[in-house]
Ligand binder design. Structure first.
Ligand code: RP5
Length: 163
């Protein structure tokens, strides 16, 4: 199997329902990825080891999804200079506003590119990763252009129901 180009990390298996949208999008574009549950606070040593290991395999970016006091993406960003894309996971009581603010409000110097809360954010993080990889991959760039074209066609063909 080819080495992964994208690492998809999430804080809990309960995040998978959302994060599988990222995995599916990467799969659709034929981008090799590695998906793992690793918690920044429950398994920090494992996280540090993983970042080192997967980076040595040539991964190009991380997509990190976490909920609540969501520090996973920020901690990863603190351990690597590779791009880190953060996905705020909807949470039970604050509906993901906590996750969003925890992920997006990184202090100056250690950036996390933060996406929308939930499924859209997970899928868009993957599409953003694809767009970045496509800068050096003509075939991938063509696939991305096709994907956009299809979306435009769907809109152009959309008919509103009669009143
Ligand atoms: C975070 O706590 C995870 O990213 C998850 O979104 C949230 C709840 O985790 P579980 O209690 O479902 O394991 O660390």
């Amino acid at each position: 199997m080819a080495e992964p180009l994208v690492a998809v990390v999430m804080g809990s298996s309960s995040d998978w329902e959302i994060m599988q949208q990222a995995a599916r999008a990467l799969q659709e574009f034929g981008v090799e990825f590695d998906a793992r549950v690793i918690s920044a606070h429950r398994s920090p040593d494992l996280l540090f080891d993983y970042i080192k290991e997967i980076s040595s395999q040539g991964v190009q970016c991380f997509i990190a999804g976490a909920g609540g006091a969501a520090h996973l993406a920020g901690v990863i960003a603190g351990k690597t200079t590779l791009p880190v894309l953060g996905v705020p996971i909807p949470s039970k009581y604050l509906k993901g506003m906590d996750s969003l603010l925890s992920t997006v409000q990184m202090p100056k110097g250690i950036p996390v590119a933060t996406f929308a809360i939930g499924e859209a954010g997970a899928a868009n993080a993957a599409l953003f990763a694809v767009a970045t990889l496509a800068l050096n991959d003509k075939l991938l760039a063509e696939k991305l252009a096709d994907y956009r074209k299809k979306q435009a066609e769907i809109i152009a063909e959309t008919k509103l129901p009669a009143l």
